[in-house]
Ligand binder design. Structure first.
Ligand code: BES
Ligand code: MN
Ligand code: ZN
Length: 501
């Protein structure tokens, strides 16, 4: 999709569809104002349009060059934030799809947001809502409406800011779609080796580095967690190190992103039931996908920040040689872990990556993972739990990532990490065991990871929002790409020199 900004007058704009976002309180005045450039249809629409969120009304203006106009409700003016714009734009994308519009324009809405934030949000909402995964649709892929080809912003003033925001929005939306594509991919097309190859390809294309470790190297590094999870599989594991280190980076020690890359989670010998459980487990590399999408955006936005990405990848299967409950593992860190449930595999592969991360002396490490069903119970699909270790700056870290969540729409909310939760991981035979118990499953998983962490750290459990059965505005069924917008927003803020001590 091409995105551009223009200052052509409203009436002269020749497009298939002109989108006009309107807040409830703006409706009467705006429709009266638009009568001059677009025609009296606008004024007559007033009775049929309230401006409430999610609403759209298509009109055929007599005066304008645009073939159609759609009014998009943004809801109450007092609640006008970037998310309201994304949702209105998503409704605009639905209208565009219904009328198969090739060229679409947005009239910049009147909001308290600055033009850059507003245009970024509109592009994100529009592009993300236009996403469809057609790779395996043999006929539809040929004939389906391929989405708008051109998206134009009408900017009266501040067109420089609008241009920057639109470009940022386009880059971020594409990165989110990269993550969605990877999650939606059939498991047999994303074995650990193929996933690593996809990262190498993306690295080359977008201009960051990727170094793929094979099984022999993983053995040499003694990544006992990753190797144990991999034992029931016929496919070897991979461990991929991604590097974005621009010359103008503001940090010397890196920020590290760790993404869970379980390319399929059967549960292993602690086998999952199929329906409502194993049937969506191709999503178990959504954390890895979020990191891959984030690197694409970092490189394309040329963010002046040194960032390392770590992707431990394997599937979790009950093959002949599979690890079993009762196995004691020697982890990369040197600690021992008693396995009591082979379905608690994500924490084992993350633990090795987190302990390896220490060799970089990182400023901060963020891991992102579809880690626990308990996270879905706690927060559903509207937000992801975030947890941190009790080091200096814990409160600021949590506040910063929650703020990034609010701004980006990938919302996260904190859970506590009281010491007592860690007691549930005591093992009779090893240093710790890999499951806590029925209670507080998201927290005990984080407490497990904390054993392998020796630096400021954030853990984001995206088991809920990473993959949807019921679509939401601008998030389709299947992979959502959750985490890309969160991490990109967080890191852009983090790189801001005014915020660095
Ligand atoms: N990949 C799952 C978690 C998950 C559940 C992701 C639902 C997405 C949607 C993870 O590996 C898992 O199986 N966790 C277990 C842990 C338990 C055995 C302690 C769980 O949550 O049931
Ligand atoms: Mn599992
Ligand atoms: Zn898993």
């Amino acid at each position: 999709m091409k995105v551009s900004v223009t200052t052509i007058p409203l009436a002269e704009l020749e497009v298939d569809l002109l989108l006009i976002p309107v807040a409830a309180e703006q409706r009467a005045r705006l429709l009266a104002d638009l009568k001059a450039p677009l025609g009296s249809t606008l004024e007559r629409a007033e009775a049929d349009f309230t401006g409430e969120a999610g609403e759209s009304l298509v009109l055929y203006p007599e005066a304008a060059r645009a073939r159609r106009v759609a009014l998009l409700g943004m809801g109450p003016a007092a609640a006008l934030d970037a998310e309201a714009l994304r949702r209105a734009a998503a409704e605009g994308a639905a209208v565009a799809a219904r009328c198969k519009a090739d060229t679409v324009a947005f009239r910049m809405p009147e909001t308290p947001l600055d033009a850059e934030v507003a245009s970024q949000a509109l592009v994100e909402g529009f592009m993300l809502a236009s996403y469809r995964f057609l790779r395996y649709k043999t006929e539809e892929a040929q004939t389906a409406y391929g989405g708008a080809q051109r998206l134009v912003f009408l900017a009266e003033q501040g067109d420089r800011a609008s241009r920057a925001g639109a470009e940022t929005g386009r880059i971020i939306a594409e990165a989110v779609m990269t993550a969605r594509d990877l999650v939606n991919l059939s498991p047999h097309e994303k074995t650990p080796t193929l996933l690593a190859r996809a990262i190498e390809k993306a690295a080359k294309k977008h201009g960051y580095e990727a170094d793929v470790w094979d099984k022999a190297l993983i053995e040499e590094e003694k990544m006992g967690g990753l190797l144990a999870v991999n034992r029931g599989s016929t496919e070897p594991p991979t461990f991929t190190v991604m590097t974005w280190k621009p010359e103008n980076a503001v940090n010397e020690r890196p920020v590290i992103l760790v993404g869970k890359g379980v390319v399929f989670d059967t549960g292993g010998l602690s086998l999952k039931p199929t329906k409502g459980s194993m049937d969506s487990m191709k999503c178990d590399m959504a954390g890895a996908a979020a990191v891959i999408g984030t690197f694409e955006a970092l490189a394309k936005l040329e963010l002046p920040l040194y960032v390392i990405g770590l992707i431990p990848a394997t599937d979790n299967r009950p093959g002949e040689n599979a690890y079993v409950p009762g196995d004691v593992l020697h982890m990369h860190s040197g600690k021992t872990v008693e396995v009591l449930n082979t379905d608690a595999e994500g924490r084992l592969i993350l633990a090795d990556a987190l302990s390896f991360a220490r060799t970089y002396m990182p400023e901060l490490v963020i891991d992102i993972a579809t880690l626990t069903g308990a996270a879905v119970v706690a927060m559903g699909t509207e937000a992801a739990p975030v947890l941190t270790n009790d080091l200096d700056g814990a409160a600021e870290r949590l506040a910063a990532i929650e703020a990034a969540g609010r701004r980006s729409g990938d919302r996260v909310h904190r859970l506590p990490m009281y010491r007592e939760y860690g007691d549930l991981l005591k093992s009779d035979v090893a240093d710790i065991k890999n499951i806590g118990g029925r209670e507080a499953g998201t927290i005990t998983a984080a407490k497990f990871l904390e054993h392998f962490v020796s630096y400021p750290w954030l853990h984001v459990d995206i088991a809920g929002p990473a993959f949807l059965d019921t679509p939401k505005p601008y998030r389709p069924r299947g992979g959502t790409g959750f985490g890309v917008r969160l991490l990109v927003d967080f890191l852009r803020d983090y790189a801001n020199p005014k915020k660095r001590r």
